[in-house]
Design a protein around this ligand. Structure first.
Ligand code: PMP
Length: 305
């Protein structure tokens, strides 16, 4: 996957620079200890042909929440970052894109607090994150981090070492993706997505506390309430999930993607007959519906190299 080429523009601390020429500090506390926070956002070309960043305020506000929760200075402004992202999409000629803001630390080999934070935003064209086929999912031997050791509602870079281990293990065993439990053995989430299952006409998703309760998860719940699909948040086991009629992952990158099986136990219903399929279709419509994000503005005065 090529994330950038010679023409790609990156947002770096208030400036638009060539990605191939951008520099960062090898002595950064972020690189050595995973002490950084980030977001994963998508933009879509909506049905009116406009570029719209989906749930842009929610994502940039979560970035701020993540940084402040991790004791990182956050001198950035949500509105300005959203504006900069639109400029960046335009500068890179992208409408359907993935957007990756990252807040990182200066040179610091100690564990002390910093007085400065840096920010970069990268954009690239992205194929469906988990593909488009129904997924064969494996229960991971890795559990999600202990919420008493980490702040699991925060999108911190270091947490993703756990995600990488779980995802690589699943693929090494011939599966498409992993499902992780929490420290008590209840179902938590995927390496980069939340999970729902269907049982007897209802959708069930893990309760908050040990998960990153995603923006897509909240959108799925909104869609369900619009469509009168009952949703319950509760703790449940892998065994309960294997007994389900159907299941799916949801997340910004993954969008809504159905499962074929869990640990090679196929789900009972064909995907086309599930509530998940209804949600998948509704989500696809929703993200390109005008009014789901701020519309494109002209950003005169921003200096794009
Ligand atoms: N859980 C984890 C661990 C994730 O990395 C993500 C992706 N950000 C999600 C859930 C889904 O979150 P969202 O819908 O906000 O992208």
């Amino acid at each position: 996957m090529d994330y950038y080429n010679e023409n790609t523009i990156l947002y770096l601390n208030g400036e638009f620079v060539k990605a191939s020429e951008a520099k960062m500090d090898f002595y950064s506390q972020s690189l050595h200890y995973g002490y950084a926070v980030f977001e994963g956002i998508r933009s879509y070309r909506n049905i009116n042909g406009e570029t719209v960043i989906f749930k842009e305020v929610a994502h940039f506000e979560r970035l701020k929440h993540s940084a402040l929760s991790m004791n990182m200075p956050y001198p950035f402004n949500t509105e300005e970052l959203i504006e900069a992202t639109y400029v960046l999409l335009d500068a890179n000629n992208l409408q359907d894109a993935y957007i990756r803001p990252l807040v990182y630390a200066p040179a610091n080999m100690s564990f002390s607090k910093n007085t400065t934070s840096y920010i970069t935003i990268a954009v690239w064209e992205m194929q469906p994150f988990l593909g488009e086929k129904l997924l064969r999912v494996m229960t991971s031997s890795f559990q999600r981090p202990n919420p008493k050791g980490f702040k699991m509602d925060v999108k911190a870079s270091g947490h993703y070492v756990n995600s990488i281990l779980a995802s690589q293990e699943a693929k090494a065993n011939g599966f498409d993706e992993a499902l992780l439990t929490d420290i008590n053995g209840n179902v938590a989430e995927g390496p980069g997505a939340n999970v729902f299952f269907e049982k007897d006409g209802k959708l069930i998703t893990p309760a908050t506390g040990n998960i990153l309760a995603g923006i897509t998860r909240a959108t799925v719940m909104d869609i369900c309430s619009e469509l009168n699909i009952p949703v319950e948040e509760k703790l449940f086991t892998i065994e309960e999930m294997k007994n389900a009629d159907a299941a799916f992952f949801c997340g910004t990158a993954a969008e809504v993607i159905g499962w074929h099986s869990l640990d090679d136990v196929p789900f009972k219903k064909p995907w086309s007959e599930t509530l998940g399929k209804i949600v998948e279709d509704a989500y696809k419509d929703f993200v390109v519906r005008p009014g789901t994000g701020s519309s494109v503005k002209k950003y005169e005065g921003m200096n794009v190299e």
